[in-house]
Every structure is written in C-alpha cells, then in structure tokens.
Design a protein around this ligand. Structure first.
Ligand code: 6PG
Length: 247
C-alpha cells in the first residue's frame, strides 16, 4: 500500500495528530474485534505522543481494558533504567492510564541474556495470539493493529540496524542484536521484518532535520533505498507523521 505522509509544523502538533489517529484506530479495532494490539517504539520522538494518549479527552476515548501494549524493540537494560524503552513508556503513558498490568507485555530484560529475552518475548507473543486458525504453521504471522516505529539517522528502525544479520531473518518474530553501534551501545531485542510487515497499520514518527536525508532517500527509492526502514512495507497501512524539517 502507498505510504501516507502527514506533515506538521513541529513535534507537539505531530504528536497530537498521531495520538488522534491512534485513538481512532483503537476505537475501530475494538469495535471490530474486541481488542486493540498496540506496539510502542523506543527513542525520544514518541514521548509527546505517549503523553497525549494519557491526556483527556483521548485517554477516556480509548478502552484501555481492551488494549494490549507491546514493544517493537528494547535495550537489554533493567526496566527502570533511564534508557529503557519500557521505562519511558511507563512514565509517560502506562502508569497514567487504567490499562490492566496483564495487558502490558514488556520485553523481560532481566533474562540471563538478550537472546533469552528475545526467545521469551516470542513465546509471549505466540501465547497471546494463539495457534494459527488452521493449526500449527511455522510460517504463521499475526497482525498487530498498530506498530509505532522511529527512524534513526542511519536508516535503522526498531533495532534493525544496517548490515545486521537480523535484517535477513525470515521466520523468527523476535531476535537479539548486539547493538554495539547503537546508542546506547547495548544488546537489543527487536521484532523482525516479517512480523513488522504483517501489521494492519505501521506509523513512523520522525522529527528533525538530522533525518531529512535518509527520509528523502526512502521516499524517493521506495523499497530499494539501502536502509532497514525502507524495508518496512506492511500489508496494511503505512503512515509517516513528520515535521516540516523533513520537507
Ligand atoms: C530505540 C528505537 C529506535 C528509535 C530511533 C529513533 O530503541 O532506539 O526503537 O529505533 O525509534 O533510533 O530514535 P529517536 O526518536 O530518539 O530519534
């Protein structure tokens, strides 16, 4: 599906608009299937979006009892570490809305290794979605309702970094990466392209002139630009919420 680009003057207005879009999508998903599966991204860009989702009137419009929250990637750090993606979302959103703790599916980074954390998370996802309708199938991939993603200046997204073997993963839903070239340079756990591209809706949130070059290359070379983010081509909707510094 052709990407939709939504441009705003600044990050606060981008975040307000993205929160409204997430809210409407949540209402539709819950009306249609009784549940809203929402994958959060890390980094700093989504902070204001999380705050908007926790503010009225949006917070009241979303049925948090029927919302399940997941993470698209995580740093292999304690869940209360300042650089933890879970910690950021907990502070700005999860702790402020009445989402049941059982509906918050964080990546357990207290596991003995990032690889164990990735294996455990894949088990969590498989348990949540249950077996495929037609019975056990190794190629089965569930569809999340909304997956939020950010864009790094090197074109990474989630924790799928240029040149990493994780980019070629065809079957596993979750893998560990060493993250040595990332910031912070710690091991990471990330969803893979197969599961990201099965989403009903992927929303990129991108702000700031530092990302203009990589954004333009992705837009001008859809699917071929040499960046991991260019390989996000979901079966559902693909939206880019950007600010004017990228135009
Ligand atoms: C992470 C993120 C990562 C992030 C981009 C953009 O864990 O770091 O998932 O993919 O979205 O690096 O980060 P900023 O929003 O901080 O620019």
């Amino acid at each position: 599906m052709k990407p939709e680009i939504h441009t705003y003057p600044n990050l606060p207005e981008l975040s307000r608009a993205a929160a409204e879009y997430v809210c409407e999508t949540a209402e539709e998903a819950i009306k249609k299937s009784g549940v809203f599966t929402f994958v959060l991204s890390g980094g700093s860009t989504p902070r204001l979006l999380y705050e908007e989702l926790a503010c009225q009137p949006i917070a009241k419009r979303i049925d948090w009892q029927k919302t399940h929250i997941f993470w698209g990637d995580e740093r292999y750090l304690p869940p209360d570490h300042q650089d933890s993606n879970y910690a950021l979302a907990f502070q700005r959103l999860v702790s402020k809305v009445d989402v049941p703790p059982a509906n918050v599916h964080r990546i357990i980074t207290e596991s003995p290794s990032a690889r164990d954390a990735a294996d455990n998370y894949e088990k969590t996802l498989r348990q949540f979605f249950g077996p495929p309708p037609g019975g056990e199938d190794d190629t089965y991939l569930p569809s999340f309702d909304v997956i939020l993603l950010g864009l790094g200046e090197d074109g990474h997204t989630a924790s799928l970094f240029p040149g990493d073997a994780a980019l070629e993963e065809k079957y596993r839903w979750v893998v560990a990466v060493d993250g040595a070239n990332a910031f912070p340079p710690v091991p990471r756990i990330t969803l893979t392209f197969p599961i990201l591209n099965k989403a009903d809706c992927v929303i990129f949130l991108v702000s700031g002139s530092r990302k203009k070059k990589v954004f333009e290359e992705i837009m001008n070379n859809p699917g071929t630009a040499p960046y991991p983010a260019a390989r996000i081509r979901p079966s559902g909707r693909l939206l880019w919420f950007i600010d004017k510094w990228l135009m």
